[in-house]
Design a protein around this ligand. Sequence first.
Ligand code: GLN
Length: 193
Amino acid sequence: TPRVGVLALQGDVREHAAVLASLGAEVSLVRTPAQLDAVDGLVLPGGESSVIDKLSRLFGLREPIVDRIAAGMPVYGTCAGLILLAERILDGLPTQLPFGGIDVDVRRNAFGSQVDSFEASIDVPALGEPAVHATFIRAPVVERAGAGVEVLASVDGRIVAVEQGPLLATAFHPEVEGETRFHRRFLDRVTGP
Ligand code: GLN
């Protein structure tokens, strides 16, 4: 049974925990370095990336998370979680830092203020059929993806899902849609071949 955590500082923590539990994982909420030590994979939820960043430093979690990412821990980030996994935030708050790990530049709230949220059906060849019904909520977009990054999905030519080794990230929120294939893919990374 994969032991995975959801970073539980802010954001849609419960939705992720519910999907992971429904897939048979042993799920715990991570708020301390000791709790991080006890898991083999981590989900970074949607929410507000600058707040999660700030709280991660306050809770002494930033360094341990960066270290675990460097050591190869599988991580899945949605929306704010994608921003946190990016190497560079093009329009972050002045003090805002990502954890990094995926060689991409992201732009926050990239779909414009007049379209705060929208839904789209998107093809994700790596997941096969059917298409993913994706919910975007003040979503970021990937503006540059490095050579080591696999682009999993785009909307109107804009990159919205990426993978680099054990790190997976989506600009949208499968956890609110009953879409379980991204979480399954993450759990497969945790379990290993
Ligand atoms: N706009 C948010 C941010 O910058 C992300 C929104 C989300 O996670 N739904 O962190």
